[in-house]
Design a protein around this ligand. Structure first.
Ligand code: NDP
Length: 324
């Protein structure tokens, strides 16, 4: 049996239930992992709320670290007793132990602790593809990064700064402003208190930025387009404030022949070699101390609903993890 967090209907954090469920043996290509730490990501709230539909009953969670407890037939990449982590693949990480496909598992190298891994695999691999592949940054660029003090945000700040990029970050409070500055932002704007577009224009000699990395979604979408220079790229990769509503493509023309992409980590790590290369890049910057992983909140697994409430009320800083 294993402690699991599930939801039998979609809705707010109250739909999350704590249950003791039987645990199967792994089948071909499968591995049973005993979790030591589990990541709480914004996408978990989309699954729970129904914004991203999953079959019911559902178990949230896309990211965790732990130890291999049993392997099924044909498993070659990992062995019993090995430390592993993952940040992609089917939902179901909110459990003390679970069966996962071998294909999503990454052996954890020395120097990366389990809690760190649970706080960074999904967010850190996302930062990797956003800043190195979706819109590859170059030294000397100035970029706009929303939710700069969040889980993904603090990783992005440090990595971008290391690559020689000037970051204009946005945050929701004065406390988060200080944290974003301490992690590599050169400028921080609080959109609820300041005119975002005017500040960005001011900070870029009126030109605008070549790229906006936006995980906030609806609330800052149109202002973000106005922060871009002509032919700039809008990278909208999340819905923390709600999904971006439909709009006519001519809006992109009016705002300066802009490019728009709505990427997902799954499409950047679908092939095993891409997954391994993405993770290796992340492990390297963390092992070298270029990126440090901030775990702002830890909750017992059984208190996953409280973790969701904290995340959705903008009360969190850095990453949030659950401990089984
Ligand atoms: P965060 O820790 O960044 O939390 C979200 C943050 O968004 C909040 O802390 C808050 O920061 C900001 N925010 C702004 N407006 C709102 C609002 N109305 N309600 C709630 N939050 C708001 O979360 P994650 O690091 O887990 O994820 C960041 C984003 O990246 C999410 O949108 C997530 O879905 C997306 N993502 C996308 C992936 C992809 O491949 N497409 C993969 C991984 C993550 P503040 O108060 O400072 O404004």
């Amino acid at each position: 049996m294993t402690l699991s967090v599930r939801f039998h209907a979609t809705g707010g954090p109250d739909v999350l239930t704590v249950e003791d469920l039987p645990l199967a043996d792994p089948g071909p290509g499968e591995v049973r992992v005993r979790h030591t730490a589990i990541g709480v990501n914004y996408i978990d709230t989309y699954h729970r709320s129904g914004l991203y539909p999953v079959p019911l009953p559902g178990c949230p969670g896309m990211e965790a670290a732990g130890v291999v407890e049993a392997v099924g037939p044909d498993v070659t990449r990992v062995a019993v007793g090995q430390r592993v982590a993952y940040g992609t693949g089917p939902t179901g990480a909110y459990a003390a132990a679970r069966i996962v496909p071998e294909a999503i598992l990454l052996p954890l190298p020395e120097g990366i602790a389990d809690e760190q891994a649970a706080a960074m695999m999904l967010r850190g691999m996302t930062v990797q593809y956003l800043i190195r592949r979706t819109f590859p940054v170059a030294p000397g660029m100035t970029v706009l990064l929303h939710a700069a003090a969040g889980g993904l945000g603090l990783i992005a700040c440090q990595w971008l700064r290391h690559l020689g990029v000037t970051i204009i970050g946005t945050v929701g409070s004065e406390k988060k402003r200080e944290i974003a500055l301490a992690h590599g932002c050169t400028h921080v704007v609080i959109p609820s208190q300041e005119d975002l577009v005017a500040r960005v224009r001011d900070l870029t000699d009126g030109k605008g930025v070549p790229v906006v990395y936006d995980g906030v979604g609806a609330a800052l979408f149109e202002a973000s387009l106005d922060c871009l220079r002509p032919r700039g790229m809008m990278v909208t990769f999340g819905n923390a404030s709600g999904p971006v509503p439909p709009f006519p493509p001519t809006l992109l023309t009016q705002k300066g022949s802009l490019f728009l992409t709505r990427p997902s980590l799954n499409h950047y790590t679908a092939e095993r070699d891409e997954l391994e290369a993405t993770a290796a890049d992340l492990f390297e910057v963390v092992q070298k101390g270029v990126v440090s992983i901030t775990i702002g909140q830890r909750f017992p697994l059984a208190e996953a609903a409280a973790a969701h409430r904290a995340l959705e009320s903008r009360a969190t800083v850095g990453s949030t993890i659950l401990l089984p």
